[in-house]
Design a protein around this ligand. Structure first.
Ligand SMILES: [Zn+2]
Length: 223
């Protein structure tokens, strides 16, 4: 990372944006994609097998490819990986692909970024089975406050986009475990921060400090 200007924004999960002088972006790579030869300063990566793209036939091949990508020092997270009941392979196939990735994350000592659509039981079961040392961060969360509260109790972190930043959700999850993201929206991360500050009832400076702190805690960084 480029320690030049102060980091104002962290886009924790994105498919489109890139790091810049005042922004760290974690760009998501799908298994089979390599870390690009050239990338801008303050750009980090996550790499994983998205549940949409797993089949019974390809899952071992994807895992082999992922081992290579995940070893890159700028890949700081494994994922997005997880469960989707509406799209992708049978849940058993998704489950074993997830457990394999969680084992890899454990060996590499990296946190995971989680995609989960109606697969909360599977996610919890996996968490009980794996007992991860590093946090699992649910990205794009926009479930109910009740679900958010339970997941928060269980130790999950949250990466929220605009639609997940609601008073109901902010009211129940721990401030110390929130990150912000643009995902595939293409919107500026500054807008997501503004929205967060507004709903959390703080100024933008404070919002920026909260997220930066959380990011530092997660990775043991000092930015
Ligand atoms: Zn995504």
């Amino acid at each position: 990372m480029n320690p030049g200007r102060e980091i104002r924004y962290i886009d924790f999960h994105t498919h489109h944006s890139r790091g810049s002088d005042d922004t760290i972006a974690i760009v998501n790579l799908m298994a089979g994609e390599n870390v690009p030869a050239d990338f801008s300063a303050n750009t980090l990566f996550s790499a994983g097998i998205h549940p949409w793209f797993i089949t019974e036939e390809n899952s071992l091949q994807l895992l082999t490819e992922l081992v290579l990508t995940a070893a890159h020092p700028h890949v700081v997270l494994i994922g997005e990986a997880g469960f989707d009941r509406l799209k992708g392979a049978r849940m058993e196939v998704q489950y074993s692909a997830f457990i394999n990735q969680a084992a890899m994350a454990g060996e590499l000592n990296k946190p995971m970024v989680i995609h989960c659509v109606r697969g909360w039981e599977e996610l919890r079961r996996a968490c009980r089975e794996v007992k991860p040392d590093r946090p699992w961060i649910i990205h794009g969360f926009r479930g109910s406050g009740k679900l958010a509260a339970t997941l928060d109790d269980e130790g999950f972190w949250f990466s929220l986009g605009k639609r997940g930043i609601t008073p109901e959700i902010l009211g129940v999850i721990s401030r110390e475990r929130i990150l912000l993201e643009t995902d595939d929206t293409g919107e500026p991360i500054a807008d997501v921060y503004r929205h967060f500050a507004d709903k959390a009832g703080c100024d933008e400076e404070t919002a920026s400090g909260i997220i930066r702190n959380n990011f530092n805690t997660l990775f043991n960084f000092r930015i």
